[in-house]
Design a protein around this ligand. Structure first.
Ligand SMILES: [Zn+2]
Length: 164
């Protein structure tokens, strides 16, 4: 029995070590995906997003400049930090859901912080789940999306639908 154990043990140990390493890799991967400043995936997951033709935002995107609570109901909040906010909004007029992200860059020189707002029309839980997994950078891979960008030095924001 003793020689047999001696032969088997390294193989058993190696298998155990591989399992631990795989778990560690999974954990590190999950941790990375949860961050905002992560590296972009080469191909963001493709999801079908329907044009919200009935929504005033599609026809008159500039109306997004109205105070956010006048335009939308807040349905759910997915993340909130001082310069980053992610939530689900519902158009008060037509009920269209929008996955919303707000980001603000810190301008330490002039205090003129550039602000970026992204509105992605959504319909299903599956779409929302995919967007929640995406980084700020990866959200730029979804179309159509409404962008309201207040760049540094700008007097007014630039509002536009970005279509593929
Ligand atoms: Zn609407």
């Amino acid at each position: 029995m003793a020689p047999c154990l001696l032969i088997l043990s390294p193989a058993v140990l190696l298998a155990g070590l591989k399992r631990v390493l795989a778990k560690l890799a999974d954990w590190l991967g999950l941790r990375r995906r949860g961050g905002v400043t992560q590296m972009p995936a080469p191909n963001p997951p493709a999801i079908e997003i329907k044009i919200p033709g009935q929504c005033i935002l599609w026809r008159q995107p500039d109306t997004v400049g109205r105070p956010i609570r006048e335009h939308f109901d807040l349905i759910d909040t997915y993340g909130e930090e001082s310069h980053w906010w992610r939530c689900l909004l519902k158009c008060r007029e037509c009920g269209q859901l929008y996955f919303f992200e707000f980001t603000e860059e810190i301008d330490r020189e002039d205090g003129d912080d550039p602000q970026y707002s992204t509105y992605i029309p959504v319909e299903t839980e599956d779409q929302i789940a995919q967007l929640k997994k995406a980084s700020t950078f990866e959200l730029l891979g979804f179309f159509p999306r409404l962008q309201k960008d207040f760049s540094k030095g700008a007097k007014t924001p630039t509002v536009r639908w970005v279509v593929r």
